[in-house]
Design a protein around this ligand. Structure first.
Ligand code: RIB
Length: 308
């Protein structure tokens, strides 16, 4: 049986990731020597767009880069993956967004300077209305101005599209945005930020329920190597196991997950199947260096499923 091709729109950020590998994170005031530096296309929005396109979705992106060499390489990376770039504008006199990423064996830490991402405005969403109308699912994150995220969510809902909000990096959100969101996908620390309390295993479900109570359609929490949990009014609370893999770089794991979730739902998968597909995609993504470079192709995700 041929599956329906996913149609995904992303309104979000594009960053050049300046990735430094080091043995450990320096203490405050300390200097440590790094092993290597890499310049790799990133940004939560662009990573999700590239991942969706590699999974076979017809993918369109709305965003902004500066008129500098980093901006050019970000556009090339999107184009190479087959993302429709008509909604990405080049802002003159402004630097492309940068993410300074410290990569250690255990995990990563990231500082983002928004640059041109802060010029991704509600009027760009209005100008890209036709592009959005061609998608089934809109994917949003929080590295662009909140009013743009809201404008995109409102537009998508008016058009009857599904809205997935990846609340990263975490910030306080207006209730309206919860109500416009079909699926919200915090990781554990984002869930803690949004609910204002630590999330212990026993309290996971009740923390997720708080986001449902604020109006989100359903909540999917990513839990790293422990998999994911999801909660919906119809389906209740469920856990999905994680996949044991050799971790090289966790940058973009959440982006891979969100993109795959969007593809799965757009293709008509039920939530549990889409969450499992997303978990497998994220597991493969962390076995390689680089956010966009590490995103797996559809066939790799399918072959990975057969190996399990
Ligand atoms: O989610 C990973 C991304 O977060 C990186 O690519 C970096 O650009 C930051 O935005």
């Amino acid at each position: 049986m041929t599956r329906k091709r996913a149609r995904v729109a992303v309104v979000g950020s594009l960053n050049m990731d300046v990735v430094v590998k080091a043995n450990r994170v320096p203490k405050m005031g300390e200097t440590v020597m790094g092993e290597a530096v890499h310049f790799i296309p990133g940004g939560k929005g662009a990573n999700q767009a590239v991942a969706a396109a590699k999974l076979g979705a017809r993918t369109v992106m709305i965003g902004a880069v500066g008129d500098d060499p980093f901006g050019q390489s970000l556009l090339e990376s999107l184009q190479k993956s087959g993302v429709d770039l008509r909604g990405v504008k080049i802002v003159s006199g402004v630097a492309t967004g940068i993410a300074s990423i410290l990569l250690t064996e255990k995990d990563n830490s990231i500082v983002v300077v928004a640059g041109a991402n802060s010029r991704c405005l509600p009027e760009d969403v209005a100008a890209g209305r036709e592009l959005l109308s061609d998608a089934d699912v809109l994917l949003l994150q929080l590295e662009i101005p909140l009013e743009t995220v809201l404008a995109a969510a409102r537009t998508a809902k008016e058009m009857g599209k599904k809205v997935i909000l990846n609340p990263a990096p975490a910030r306080d959100l207006p209730d309206e945005l919860y109500r416009l969101t079909d699926v919200i996908t915090p990781n554990r620390s984002e869930l803690e930020f949004l609910t204002g309390r630590p999330v212990e295993e026993s309290g996971l479900e009740s923390s997720m329920k708080e986001l449902l109570d604020r109006g989100a359609g359903c909540v999917v929490t990513t839990l790293g190597e422990q998999g994911a949990a999801f909660l919906s009014p119809g389906g209740g609370f469920r856990r999905m196991k994680g996949y044991a893999v050799e971790v090289v770089d966790t940058t973009g794991a959440g982006d891979a997950f969100n993109a795959a979730l969007a593809c799965g739902l757009s293709e008509g998968m039920e939530l549990p199947a889409a969450v499992d597909f997303a978990g497998r995609t994220a597991a493969l993504a962390v076995t390689r260096l680089g956010a966009q470079d590490g995103m797996p192709q559809r066939k790799e995700v399918e072959d990975f499923a057969k190996r399990l």
